[in-house]
Design a protein around this ligand. Sequence first.
Ligand SMILES: Cc1cc2nc3c(=O)[nH]c(=O)nc-3n(C[C@H](O)[C@H](O)[C@H](O)COP(=O)(O)O)c2cc1C
Length: 193
Amino acid sequence: MKVVLIYAHPDPRSFNAAIAAVVREELEKIGAEIKFKDLYAMHWNPVLSAKDYAGYDNGTTAEDIKAEQTDISWADVIIMICPVWWNSVPAILKGYIDRVFSIGFAYEFTASGPRGMLNGKKALLITTSGVDKHAAEQSGMMELINKSLVDAVFGFSGFAGYQHKNFFAVPTVSDNERQEMLTELRQFIQNFI
Ligand SMILES: Cc1cc2nc3c(=O)[nH]c(=O)nc-3n(C[C@H](O)[C@H](O)[C@H](O)COP(=O)(O)O)c2cc1C
């Protein structure tokens, strides 16, 4: 199994970093081939530029986008890991999606409407939030993320299956609870894969 793991957190001591390490361990246990993308370490440029945009018409694609598209095409599974920032994902990851999941690569418009092109792949978005489950339900945070990111990106791009898993109240729970979250994550990954 080939997996592209896209990780977006600026702090290597964060809980998200621990999540990324656990996901890698679980994937290695089953012998998965992994391409790990630490977007901050890569200094990923998240801005879809005028040149990128013009490329849709003149058929050119920036080298950094091309390299990512090659890896996404190679993968059977895409896993994204990041904190929830403003009920969304960090800008660096949003910009990865803007630039890499482009028209002609991730989707196209046909006479019968839009058609996803990344068929047959599976995707997983793993997030952490400051708010607890109750507050997230009150604010509609999970639906927002599901509609604006999970369905809108993975669904629209034609993925065969996709899920979102969030860990709640990460900054305020105890260390023990965070450890339990990581144990739960191990099981979740084995079930998802
Ligand atoms: C810029 C910024 C925006 C944030 N927005 C939200 C938010 O909308 N909802 C939420 O629950 N937590 C929000 N948080 C809190 C983070 O989600 C939380 O601190 C993080 O998930 C904890 O994991 P970490 O230790 O790996 O960073 C925000 C944090 C930052 C820095």
